[in-house]
Design a protein around this ligand. Structure first.
Ligand code: UD1
Length: 421
């Protein structure tokens, strides 16, 4: 298990290029299962979750030709319409194969993902949507089994906004008989990106990116090429790191319009944020005031940036309250930040953060975004911070240590087994 050793404090300065969005790449890869023709994705992020999804596709019968930031996936025939526990347990988003396999193969068997570090995260809403589309869904021995000779279009109403649930319903509905309307759909840019790919494959979808998505089922889909949308969470992480280190960072190849919830809050505390096309420049200096944030589905403040904002808040003047409304247990980074000297009190779903100076310490990454928060804290802290278990970080960030070092940080990856750097 690799670790990071960060020598702080650092002031980030320079340019960083954002990779394609992990959370768009995963459903786009799953979409390859809907057609026998090859599909090519470009701007693919080099992250572990994308490699895991490729393994799931190969298990199902896909051939995968992967380049450095692109992949061609062909699934001429479904050999095995299932996703076993060994693959699903490492990545919950494997459940995204449920919709496409059900639509194309007529039956599917996928392991239930179970709990994860940030909460229970059931998939009951995905299953209710498949039932609405006419599938028979049952649970046996920890597996979901779903069957339908052909899905039928229907009205699907999500009682809670669910990102992968919306994507799964959309994927399944593309080949259904008739029209599906998805109400209270997730409006995340990654949902819109998946719809863009599906439309280029011949699907008939409107409204993706709004709360109501309409899918008119078609008989078959064909191959396509698609460039994955830039990762707004990666971009946001570097923007927060720039503010936390009172740096001056130009974030390239991003979509500033997908980051408004963050950039308005950064601007509110006096961080200078300038957007120009696909470039975002973030500059900060001196003392900055505390600022409350509460997470919400898009276009609200992303839960996937909550941990990073908590790290930033430890260096703001005064008391910030951070409220997590999406996941019930997403504050694992707090105990680790406290090890670095942070003054944070947890009250249910709220973290109350009093600004102070951090000092380097040994800390443990518990999940993907918590790891990014610890990296930001390590950049601002006085002295060395060692972050154990950075495999969590590698699930969703491409070459973070290289990107930070190019901005003037000192981050060393140490391979624990070999003691190598
Ligand atoms: C996706 C993102 C993840 C992000 C999250 C919220 C991907 C691959 N992952 O996860 O990075 O943190 O959106 O923005 O895109 N829920 C249910 N039943 C369900 C489905 C969800 O109760 O069937 C609940 C969840 O427990 C959670 C809330 O709904 O409390 C939202 O979760 P959801 O949007 O589904 O998250 P994911 O799609 O898993």
């Amino acid at each position: 298990m690799d670790k990071f050793v960060i020598d702080g404090p650092a002031r980030l300065e320079g340019e960083v290029a954002v990779s394609g969005a992990k959370n768009a790449a995963l459903p786009c890869l799953a979409a390859a299962l809907l057609t026998a023709e090859p599909m090519r994705l470009t701007n693919l992020p080099g992250v572990a979750d994308v490699r895991t999804m490729q393994k799931v596709l190969v298990h199902v019968g896909a051939t995968v030709e992967a380049g450095p930031d692109a992949v061609t996936v062909g699934v001429p025939k479904i050999l095995s319409a299932d996703a076993p526990y060994e693959l699903v347990k490492t990545m919950r988003a494997s459940v995204l194969v449920l919709g496409p396999l059900l639509a194309r193969a007529g039956s599917v068997r996928v392991s239930l993902p179970g709990g994860c570090a940030i909460g229970v995260r059931p998939i009951d809403l995905h299953l209710a949507a498949f039932r609405k589309l006419g599938a028979e869904v049952s649970l046996h021995h920890g597996y979901v089994e779903a069957k339908a000779s052909r899905l039928r279009g229907a009205d699907v109403v999500f009682e809670t906004v669910t990102v992968t649930g919306t994507e799964n319903a959309m994927l399944a509905a593309t080949l259904a008989d008739g029209t599906t309307r998805i109400f209270n759909a997730a409006r995340e840019p990654e949902v819109a990106d998946l719809a863009k790919l599906l439309v280029s494959m011949g699907a008939r979808i409107s409204g993706a990116g709004t709360a109501t998505v309409t899918v008119e089922g078609v008989e078959a889909l064909h191959g396509a090429e698609h460039e994955v949308v830039p990762d707004r969470i990666e971009a946001g992480t570097y923007a927060i790191a720039a503010a936390a280190t009172r740096g001056d960072v130009v974030v390239r190849r991003c979509r500033p319009e997908h980051l408004r919830a963050l950039t308005t809050r950064l601007a509110a505390i006096g961080v200078r944020v300038a957007a120009d096309g696909d470039v975002l420049r973030v500059r900060a200096e001196g003392a900055l005031p505390a600022q409350d944030v509460a997470t919400a589905p898009y276009p609200g403040f992303p839960t996937d940036l909550q941990a990073q904002w908590t790290a930033l808040a430890t260096g703001l003047d005064g008391v910030s309250t951070i409220t997590e409304t999406i996941f019930e247990n997403r504050f694992h980074h707090v105990a680790e930040l406290v090890r670095m000297g942070a003054r944070i009190r947890l009250e249910g779903r709220r973290a109350i953060v009093e600004g102070c100076r951090l000092t380097g310490a040994n800390v443990m990454a518990s999940d993907l975004r918590a790891s990014a928060a610890l990296a930001i804290a390590g950049l601002t802290a006085e002295g060395a911070t060692t972050i154990e278990r950075v495999y969590h970080l590698d699930r969703g960030y491409s070459r973070m240590e290289e990107k930070l070092n190019a901005l003037g940080a000192s981050v060393k990856r140490v391979s624990a087994e070999a003691g190598r750097t």
